[in-house]
Design a protein around this ligand. Sequence first.
Ligand code: URA
Length: 212
Amino acid sequence: MKVVVVNHPLVTHKLTVLRDKQTNSQIFRHLVEELVTLLAYEATRDVKIQEVSIQTPVTQTKGAMLATPRPVVVPILRAGLGMLEGMMRVIPSADVGFLGMVRDEKTLQASTYANRLPDDLTKRQCYVLDPMLATGGTLIAAINYLIERGAESVTAICLLSAPEGAKAVEEAFKDSKTPIAIVTGAMDEKLNEHGYIVPGLGDAGDRLYGVV
Ligand code: URA
């Protein structure tokens, strides 16, 4: 499994503002969108393209465009929704599928409560949007779900990750034939006893949409 920590001053700057508890939801949402576009650039490095012939105003030439079938972007509800707009700005012709996953705050186990995805993901490169890779439970469940439906590869885009979560995902898919990658803005220090990333940014869903 490939883990890419995107090391870029703009990513660090935006993440620092996100982490600050004084940052309000409006600015937080805006920054998440901007950050995702930066992470998406790295995450889509291996997106499939196919050769095409085009006519420029000057001559006939060959180029390349996104291959079909198009990639599938899969935000994990609820917090992943805040990343969708930024991702679609980079790859607007992708299909979008939704996966609703919730983690039990006591057991930290993830379960699926909703899904809206094609049944057949054969030949589809999937990009999972999940802002916080904490224990890894949600992401492992989501990746398994996509692999079962035949996904060709799965790349998770996470704003922040904990080493415990990255290790858990790595362990879960060490024998998988499906290429798995994690692209993240930072690898934080650890998880605390409540399963929160430290230093982290708190509850990403609450920071994006308010406490419900
Ligand atoms: N989910 C969050 O929103 N924040 C964390 O720190 C961990 C999981």
